[in-house]
Design a protein around this ligand. Structure first.
Ligand code: XBP
Ligand code: MG
Length: 252
């Protein structure tokens, strides 16, 4: 089939790292810095509209801590460095699991000869830690390109990170499919014309996802079918290469 590569977002798509990793790490970093800022899950859902940890911290301060006196750029950089090291420790010790169907689909895709890549806003160290601690060190080699936030100037929802990954793979968008969990991620993938399959999570289930291939609750497993939230009706019960082919052929 003409579909040659799958490009995965990380946070919220491969694992529920926003809720179980990033949010926890931001709060621990603030505590370690002697600040009494505690981001609730409800607040974090709103803050997620701003992608990238440093930008999110700056946005939070401008909106919710107007009396904060330190230099914003310097503070955000330092707090973010601390947050990243806390996150990496957390992911390495607590083992945030992959979402349903992720490992199975990656293995199926590899066996089918599909090329794999990652396009994320988060820091490379975070991606590496998650992959190593869920799939093992060797799995880093499954992804021929890992595009992480700071290699491009404009983070999602800009299309820069997907454009960067496509250029590195020397593939046109029509040979690939993207996997995302959020509207910011979808807008980023669509900016470079990548057909995109959505799996929602608790933070993104209210997003609209206009232009996606389909919206599912998760990728599903043979004994735990996905729920089709929107998109063309299908006989598929879980996302496998056949279902991807079905989506891809309907799209083109
Ligand atoms: C992920 C993000 C990131 C993470 C935190 O978005 O927005 O900011 O929340 O990671 P996406 P960093 O899933 O769309 O790529 O703190 O390392 O930025
Ligand atoms: Mg995401």
């Amino acid at each position: 089939m003409p579909l040659k590569a799958l490009i995965f977002d990380v946070d919220g798509t491969l694992a529920n790292t926003e809720r179980d990793g990033h949010l926890v790490a931001f709060n621990l970093a603030f505590k370690e810095l002697g600040l009494n800022w505690i981001w609730s899950s409800e607040l974090y859902q709103k803050l997620l509209e701003v992608t990238g940890g440093q930008l999110r911290i700056k946005h939070y301060i401008s909106k919710y801590q107007p009396d904060f006196k330190e230099n914003l750029d310097d503070f955000a950089a330092e707090a973010h460095r601390l947050k990243t090291s806390i996150y990496v420790d957390l992911v390495s010790s607590e083992k945030i699991p992959l979402r349903p169907g992720v490992q199975r689909l990656l293995l199926d895709a590899k066996a089918a000869g599909l090329r794999l890549a990652i396009a994320t806003t988060t820091t490379l160290a975070n991606v590496n830690a998650l992959i190593i601690n869920t799939l093992g060190h060797q799995a880093l080699g499954w992804f021929e390109v890992i595009g992480a936030g700071n290699v491009v100037e404009n983070l999602k929802p800009a299309g820069d990170i997907y454009a960067w990954v496509l250029a590195k793979m020397s593939l046109p968008a029509e040979d690939c499919m993207a996997f995302e969990d959020s509207n910011n991620g979808l807008v980023s993938a669509l900016a470079v014309n990548l057909p995109t399959l959505i799996t929602v999570n608790e933070y993104t289930k209210t997003h609209k996802f206009a232009g996606s291939l389909a919206v599912l609750d998760n990728l599903g497993e043979p004994d735990a079918p996905f729920e089709l939230i929107s998109g063309a009706p299908t006989e598929a019960k879980y996302v496998d290469i056949n279902y991807l082919k079905e989506l891809y052929e309907k799209y083109y």
